[in-house]
Design a protein around this ligand. Structure first.
Ligand code: SF4
Length: 391
């Protein structure tokens, strides 16, 4: 089990408190994206396809800490773009830890060895290193050779310095169960504290649209991997019921408000994966989003989604409501044979609405009216030359 007991207790107590307070919808993990700029250009990424003026924008330390305060969540995941390109990232991390929150800093690790002196190990702090598979598979996934070896070197360095280190693997349709199992063995031997897994989301702006998984293939793939996991010592960092969901044994609806997303556009509607509008405040996001328009069975763009940011909150809430079910899955692992749980009916889902350019145009117009901000930054459009690593 890759989730520390103190984090499980912290999140469990928070969920119980929300239920006792009668809150129907509440957040669990803040997805903080302080910048979109990245030093990679992965083919399955739908996050960095923006013009340079947008890639060069940053959330300030104050904006990040204010986002934490607005949500009151117990856990903050910092993503992007590449967070280590943000010069004030150490202050952001320190500020969030000082509020007693769990911080998960997602990074491709290319800058980790260079920047690690700016951080200190803390029981609530985890480096979450992007590694999608073994050397050849990961370098394919990030569209650049040599990245796996640099990420692994940084991982080992962080472990040697006493940090808690997880890896997060996003799986596409070319993942092979046997090979993934071997990869999980490899990172386990490196001493990782948690292996976080998720299928990729079919971002409409991702350059490679060929390799996203559909629901059936997702469940078969994860059954294939988890059936090989018995007695191999893998510390899976996802909750046991989310793992069971990936293996096709739970019919879950997503909880998009469970992982609210704050980025340079504002509070993203409806979730981390879909940007179909932005609210100015977290309260506005919660109160004025028409949540029933989204989710599997409601919206075409949601049909194949089984991503952790949408469904982990559902699994965690289910675990708190049905602890014996979660404990049983934790002990036995997910069921990997037999009939799968029924699928959600897609026949009444509404058609996809393509709104990408609207908020980009609006932000570009706002940037045009902002006073100049220092030097001209060196961003790159997705598909072009990646931004330089040593900003
Ligand atoms: S299914 Fe839920 S989490 Fe996934 S894209 Fe749709 S709204 Fe977002």
């Amino acid at each position: 089990m890759g989730i520390p007991l103190r984090q499980q207790i912290k999140v469990g107590a928070y969920v119980v408190k929300q239920h006792l307070a009668g809150r129907k919808r509440y957040p669990l993990v803040l997805m903080l994206e302080p910048l979109f700029k990245c030093n990679l250009a992965c083919s399955g990424c739908g996050k960095i396809d923006y013009p340079d003026p947008i890639l060069n924008k940053r959330l300030s330390v104050e904006e990040c800490l204010d986002a934490v305060d607005q949500t009151g969540v117990p856990v903050v995941a910092i993503a992007g773009g590449e967070p280590l390109l943000h010069k004030e990232m150490p202050q952001i991390v320190e500020g969030i830890l000082a509020k007693g929150k769990v911080v998960i800093l997602c990074t491709n690790a290319l800058l980790l060895e260079k920047r690690i002196e700016q951080y200190k190990p803390h029981p609530n702090f985890t480096w979450d290193i992007h590694l999608d598979g073994d050397k050849d598979h990961h370098d394919w996934a990030v569209s650049q050779k040599g990245v796996y070896e640099r990420a692994v070197a940084a991982l080992k360095d962080a472990k040697a310095r006493g940090f808690r280190v997880a890896i997060n693997a996003t799986l596409f349709d070319n993942a092979e169960p046997e090979r993934m199992a071997k990869f999980f063995d490899d990172v386990t031997a490196m001493g990782v504290d948690a292996i976080m897994v998720s299928p990729g989301y079919a971002y409409e702006r991702a350059p490679d649209q060929q390799h996203f998984l559909n629901r059936k293939k997702t469940k078969e793939l994860f059954r294939g991997i988890f059936s090989r996991g018995k007695d191999r010592g893998w510390k899976i960092g996802n909750s046991p019921l989310f793992v069971d969901f990936l293996a096709g044994n739970q019919t879950y609806h997503c909880t998009p408000w469970g992982n609210p997303t704050r980025n340079i556009f504002g509070w993203q509607r409806p979730c981390y994966l879909l940007g179909e509008g932005y609210a100015k405040t977290f309260a506005e996001l919660m109160d004025e989003t028409d949540w029933d328009k989204y989710g599997v069975g409601n919206y075409e763009k949601c049909a194949d989604c089984m991503v952790h940011s949408g469904f982990e909150a559902t699994a965690v809430i289910d675990s708190v409501k049905h602890p014996w079910k979660a404990i049983a899955r934790q002990i036995s692992g997910p069921k990997t044979t037999g009939e799968m749980a029924p699928e959600i009916d897609l026949s009444n889902q509404r058609k996809a609405d393509f709104v990408f350019s609207r908020h980009v145009e609006q932000t570009m117009a706002e940037i045009a009216h902002e006073p100049p901000q220092g030097k001209k930054a060196r961003g790159a459009k997705h598909g072009g030359t990646p931004a330089v690593a040593a900003e």
